[in-house]
Design a protein around this ligand. Sequence first.
Ligand code: B12
Length: 217
Amino acid sequence: MSEITGDLAKAVLEGKKDETMRLVRKGIDSGVDPLDLITRGLTVGLDKVGEKFEEGEYYLPDMMLAAEAMGEAIDFLEPHLKADKETKKDKVVKVVIGTVKGDLHSIGKDIVIMMMKAAGMEIHDLGVDVPSEKFVLAVKENNADILGISALMTTTIQEQKKVIDLLADEGIRDRVKVIVGGAPLSEEWALKVGADAYAADAIVGIKKMKALLGQEG
Ligand code: B12
């Protein structure tokens, strides 16, 4: 299994879409957990792409090729994630989620969405480059239990604070639990912007959402 996830990371790093798809299919056919393919394979590759970009060894087109390979693999894997049988059907958790204004990064958010769907939650995905007003409106319109705000760049993370401040201005901050996510963030950041929780990855994210709503265990 470690071999296939290692090969998968390499295929994403090299931006090879066909090879990435061949490996995820092979992984599923041989019974590898789709979550392992994502967290130990695809994500590891994409993280390395980010490092190489930062070091000036990779350029934007390299990052785009890798993102494309990852995106297609994620779409393929989504139906293979097992639905959470223990989810209570009487009270469906409603989630509004999006990536902040000025930020086009969608992959992490989409993985979180995939996991939330598997956990039986009702998702309202606002997409990327979402202005704060749109987040707040969607929380109101859908009477959301949870608001998830993704931001991937140091230049856009302050938008998360704008959204939370606007919730307060509109008098609905107490009606919704806010969870923030994205590679540059930290627990301290979440506290600073007034979020209820921060999650470093999708798995922790789902756990924290359930805990915020008193649903753990
Ligand atoms: C792929 C990628 C792209 C793709 C995005 C494609 C897409 N559809 O998403 C493309 C090529 C379009 C792109 C563009 C750019 N990018 Co880019 N990109 C990346 C890269 C390599 C990977 C991001 C990713 O998808 N990671 C994989 C996912 C699974 O991880 P994740 O996003 O962190 O999500 C996980 C957790 O953070 C968490 N999470 C995330 N969101 C949420 C939300 C909630 C509610 C919860 C609970 C959890 C959660 O759970 C997720 C799953 O476990 C990163 C490097 C990196 N390591 O982050 C750079 C990176 C983010 N990009 C960067 C830059 C600079 C850019 C550009 C400005 C480049 C340019 N010159 O044009 C543009 C910006 C465009 C814009 N306005 O947004 C920089 C940002 C630097 C900074 N200022 O902070 C990075 C860090 C690269 C680098 N090392 O320099 N990028």
